[in-house]
Design a protein around this ligand. Structure first.
Ligand code: AGP
Length: 611
């Protein structure tokens, strides 16, 4: 996810744009750039934060009443000066900034290369501006028509702003799948990824719709559909207060990121599943397809929440691809002199891509000859650079220290990997793959339904906000969900919580049960449902309080649990994606009710780069 700002009007553009980029920095912060026109194109861009760009631009020509700016969350091409936006056409006439992913950029790039185009960066965005230039060269069409034709050739998601040196009084903006807001002023217009850069100048905004293109001049706005039909824009009046907007209207980044999960899971799957064909495509590991056919052991190394995702991965890969999997705490693995050979594949899972223990673990495995796959949320981070191959989660920047959308994105990637491996090894019939991928394609909607129980979860949180201990129980893939639920609660509310395999209760923890002890049980309809019911009865027999996560419509557990939270029914392998959502919300609400600093809990850091 990146941040986009544009301005055209009577004011100096630079101050508006750079301030807007600061407001959008939560959306991405690995590089930033600005383009201004005042007779000539002045483009300043570099790796680093917006403040680094500001220092870099000091003393330079920052004049002009039209411009655009971008703060990047890299998806294609590592964070670097040359990969930062804006990107320009080969002849330097055109400039573009882009938020999104152009899935067919490599085929477009091949065609443009064959026509003599020379690229400076590794980005998909640069391909788009060269495509527009190429269309103008081939057809002599004006910029507006060339942009429209180019966007009809693009597959993927985009929010773009384009400027031309030959047309210094026009901005062209377009969106499909990534947000763009237009601010409507008096003889001035603003463009941004959300309203935060706009709201201090005007409350009147137009939310551009998918497949719409806006042609913007100082005193004229024309919006057309991508098939050239004029659209009548609807001007909304913003009610949100500025300080809320940086969090997209949510009280905390964590809550925003919990609610982003339908989108982030969709982005994670985009361009990677073809349900009708029963096909999974993972370009980042396809060169190891043969090795995946014959590998006889996979080791997963990670820390914290990412380690919980690894436990889910063990269940998924063994269930679907029948490959033995071992999941290791990276901090233990790295000091244990593990037995590793070149036959092994080691999967490193890390949201930040900078966790010291995980990096050390894969360095050790690499020295012993293993093949390393990375699953990471930050393009160009250390762990992806250390890996032989991998799959990015595309969840967008996760600001809240407690990982939420990154976890479900990691589990989504592991689900795709498990199905991809099954596809390579023929361990799942084609018809079953079609069924599973069709259901997976629908998961973002089921996550929306999980989120709809928020008020119910908040009521339950109110009853347990003063509890001193919690137990979380689950079986099968519900066990790592129980561990993740316990970690979420303890790291943001500071309540002691333990996750346990439900069957393990009898081997000790049941001694803890009394009427003060809330026990959260993952009790959804799956293979171990009857066994979990017995565990609930064991807890109730000792006066424990049971909060059960159940499948919608459940009639048995609701009779015995003290509180139930429903989630939609889904195949067992998708349970972790759904059952985690209510646990994230439960922890969030309890922490807020306890007055804890939800986004920056005490003693914690977003990325543990120390050992
Ligand atoms: C998760 O809520 C925690 N913030 C923490 O456990 C985190 O998952 C762990 O530090 C690993 O971080 P990584 O995914 O960036 O490697």
């Amino acid at each position: 996810m990146c941040g986009i700002v544009g301005y055209i009007g009577y004011r100096d553009a630079w101050p508006i744009i750079i301030k807007g980029l600061h407001r959008l920095e939560y959306r991405g912060y690995d590089s930033a750039g600005v383009a201004l026109i005042n007779g000539t194109f002045n483009i300043y861009k570099k790796a680093g934060k917006v403040s680094d760009l500001e220092k870099f631009a000091e003393g330079k020509n920052l004049s002009g009443h039209i411009g655009m700016g971008h703060t990047r969350w890299a998806t294609h091409g590592v964070p670097s000066d040359i990969n930062s936006h804006p990107h320009t056409s080969g002849d330097g006439r055109l400039a573009i900034i882009h938020n999104g992913i152009i899935e067919n950029y490599s085929s477009l790039k091949e065609t443009l290369l064959s026509r003599g185009h020379v690229f400076k960066s590794d980005t998909d965005t640069e391909v788009l501006i060269h495509l527009i230039e190429d269309i103008q060269d081939q057809t002599n069409l004006d910029l507006r028509e060339a942009v429209r034709i180019a966007l009809n050739e693009v597959i993927g998601a985009y929010a773009i702003v384009i400027m031309s040196k030959d047309d210094p009084d026009q901005l062209i903006a377009a969106r499909k799948g990534s947000p763009l807001v237009l601010g409507v002023g008096e003889k001035e217009y603003f463009i941004a990824s959300d309203a935060s850069p706009i709201v201090e100048y005007t409350k009147n905004v137009i939310y551009l719709n998918d497949n719409e293109i806006a042609y913007i001049k100082r005193d004229e706005l024309l919006i057309k559909s991508i098939d050239n039909v004029v659209q009548i824009p609807y001007v909304h009046e913003l009610e949100l207060k500025l300080e809320m907007l940086e969090k997209g209207g949510y009280d905390h980044f964590m809550l925003k990121e919990i609610y982003e999960q339908p989108r982030s899971i969709r982005d994670c799957m985009r361009g990677r599943i073809y349900p009708q064909e029963g096909k999974v495509q993972l370009g980042g590991i396809k060169e190891y397809a043969e090795k995946l056919k014959n590998v006889d052991r996979i080791i997963i190394v990670a820390c914290g929440t990412s380690w919980h995702a690894g436990l889910v991965g063990e269940y998924l890969i063994e269930e679907c691809a029948r490959i033995p999997v071992e999941v290791e705490y990276a901090s233990e693995f790295r000091y244990r002199n593990p037995i590793i050979s070149e036959k092994d594949i080691v999967i490193a899972i890390s949201q930040s891509g900078e966790t010291a223990d995980t990096m050390a673990a894969i360095q050790l495995a690499k020295e012993k000859g293993a093949t390393i796959f990375g699953i990471c949320n930050v393009v160009g981070a250390s762990i992806p650079r250390l890996s032989n191959a991998g799959v990015y989660t595309h969840a967008g920047p996760e600001i809240g220290v407690a990982s939420t959308k990154a976890f479900t994105a990691q589990v989504t990637v592991l689900t795709l990997m498990a199905l991809y491996m099954a596809q390579q090894r023929g361990t799942i019939k084609q018809s079953e793959l079609i069924r599973l991928l069709t259901e997976l394609d629908n998961i973002p909607l089921l996550v929306e339904r999980c989120l709809a129980y928020n008020d119910r979860i908040k009521e339950i949180a109110e009853k347990f906000k003063d509890s001193r201990n919690f137990l979380f129980l689950g079986r099968g893939s519900g066990f790592p969900v129980a561990l993740e639920g316990a970690l979420k609660l303890k790291e943001i509310s500071y309540i002691h919580a333990e996750g346990y395999p439900a069957a393990e209760m009898k081997h000790g923890p049941i001694a803890l049960i009394d009427e003060e002890m809330p026990v959260v049980v993952i009790a959804t309809k799956n293979a171990s449902y009857e066994k979990v019911i017995s565990n609930i009865q064991e807890v109730k027999a000792r006066k424990g309080i049971v909060i059960a996560i159940v499948t919608e419509g459940d009639r048995e557990v609701v009779q015995m649990a003290d509180y139930t939270i429903e989630i939609p029914d889904a195949d067992d392998i998708f349970l972790p994606l759904l059952a985690t959502i209510p646990l994230q919300l439960l922890s969030y609400h309890i922490a807020v009710m306890r007055g804890c600093n939800v986004d920056q809990p005490r003693n914690l850091a977003k990325s543990v780069t120390v050992e």
